[in-house]
Write a protein that binds this ligand. Structure first.
Ligand SMILES: *Cc1c(COP(=O)(O)O)cnc(C)c1O
Length: 394
């Protein structure tokens, strides 16, 4: 017996129940981890059922499995999307989607402060397959218009971006692309479906690194693509070839993480705002970037199109690598490390952690200054996070 939820339930009700089959075999309330690589047939009649598209039949792990389907349905319900496709990582979601939707001779436009590996893929990999790529400055809508060519197939962007938390004005953006037949794809990892829903503005596909807020516990890697079924179907078909599929255990951890998604996001938003306000008023901090601060260049757009501003706060201390590293090493609670969106607060010094492989000049051209710090605020008590920062800055 299956009991399906309607789309009208509240966000947390959806997060807890959507996508899961009630009642499972044995009456288990949790969705089972179906740990198998292959699915056998009782008889040859069952092979026919699969060929005819039976929804309760699976064939082989790379083509999909029950734990993955439950997680995908839950994510689709939270994003209000027709369909969701899960991947082993966020990068697998991005690269498979672009490979599935582009062909030689096409052109793609991407914003300059997109995730570094997405830029690497677009510039270094796609160009080898004769797919042109134009990088435009985030926030320069005239440059986006000018970059459009007759063979432009995709516009790819993020919002908020890393590390400056720039916000794309989705209404303005969609005004540019309306009726042009160009697919607009948004990496919405920093926003999450709790804080922003780009599909409601007409964006064609939304991508998340589910490694971050969706999983939420710094214990899994995953990515997801969401949108209309005609688009996600071709991405799913391509995934069956490229093979970046999610395994049953990660699917289960993702489902588990999503149950508390709204509670965690509320705390991330609340902590992010409090910590940003503390840093902005601290004499050792030169500048704080957080969309929830009035001083942020995109505060008005963010307030208009987002429900909250998330847990990432970027700030600048003295323009001196030694000072920045000394500050990091004095922290007791906040862990030093990349990534974001988990329950534990994490801090990175981009100049020495993510951008160490390039020259100082190249790094500065990307806006990665010596004193730049990115803090991914977790769900600990804000007083403790602030106390830790205050002590290390003193
Ligand atoms: C982390 C991240 C990715 C890549 O996701 P992985 O799960 O690490 O592969 C892509 N985009 C953004 C904005 C990210 O933060």
């Amino acid at each position: 017996m299956k009991k399906q939820l309607t789309n009208k339930t509240g966000f947390s009700t959806t997060a807890v129940h959507a996508g899961e089959i009630r009642y499972n075999e044995y009456g288990s309330i949790t969705t089972p981890i179906v740990q198998t690589s292959t699915f056998i047939f009782k008889n040859t009649e069952e092979i026919k059922k699969l060929a005819q598209g039976a929804k309760d039949r699976f064939e082989y792990g790379r083509y999909g499995h029950p734990t993955q389907v439950a997680a995908e349905r839950k994510l689709a319900a939270l994003e209000n999307a027709e369909d969701a496709v899960l991947f082993s990582t966020g990068m697998s979601a991005i690269t498979t989607t672009l490979f599935a939707l582009l062909k030689a001779g096409d052109h793609i436009i991407i914003t300059d402060d997109a995730y570094k590996r997405t830029l690497d893929f677009s510039l270094r990999c796609l160009e080898r397959f004769n797919i042109g790529c134009t990088v435009v400055k985030m926030g320069d809508y005239e440059a986006i218009k000018k970059a459009i060519k007759p063979n432009t197939k995709i516009f790819f962007s993020e919002s908020p971006t890393n590390p400056y938390l720039n916000i794309m004005d989705l209404e303005k953006l969609m005004g540019i692309f309306k009726g042009k037949g160009i697919l607009v794809i948004s990496d919405s990892t920093f926003a999450t479906p709790y804080n922003q829903k780009p599909l409601e503005y007409g964006v064609d596909l939304v991508i998340h690194s589910a490694t971050k807020y969706l999983g939420g516990h710094n214990d899994l890697l995953s990515g997801v693509v969401l949108g209309r079924k005609d688009l996600t179907s071709s991405v799913r078909d391509y995934l069956k070839i490229t093979g970046g599929c999610i395994d049953p255990h990660s699917s289960y951890f993702l489902i588990r993480g999503l149950k508390t998604f709204e509670l965690r996001m509320q705390r991330h938003n609340e902590n992010g705002q409090k910590v940003a306000e503390f840093l902005e008023s601290h004499p050792q901090v030169k500048r704080t970037y957080y969309p929830g601060l009035k001083s942020h260049p995109h505060h008005d757009i963010a307030t208009k199109q987002m429900n909250g501003f998330g847990g990432v706060v970027t700030f600048e201390v003295k323009d001196d690598i030694a000072f920045a590293l000394d500050f990091l090493s004095k922290l007791k609670l906040i862990c030093i490390g990349p990534s974001l969106g988990g329950v534990e607060s994490l801090i990175t010094h981009p100049a020495t952690i993510s951008y160490y492989a390039i020259s100082r000049e190249e790094r500065l051209a990307l806006g990665i200054k010596d004193g730049l710090i990115r803090l991914a605020v977790g769900i600990e008590n804000s007083e403790d996070i602030i106390e830790d920062l205050s002590h290390a800055l003193a």
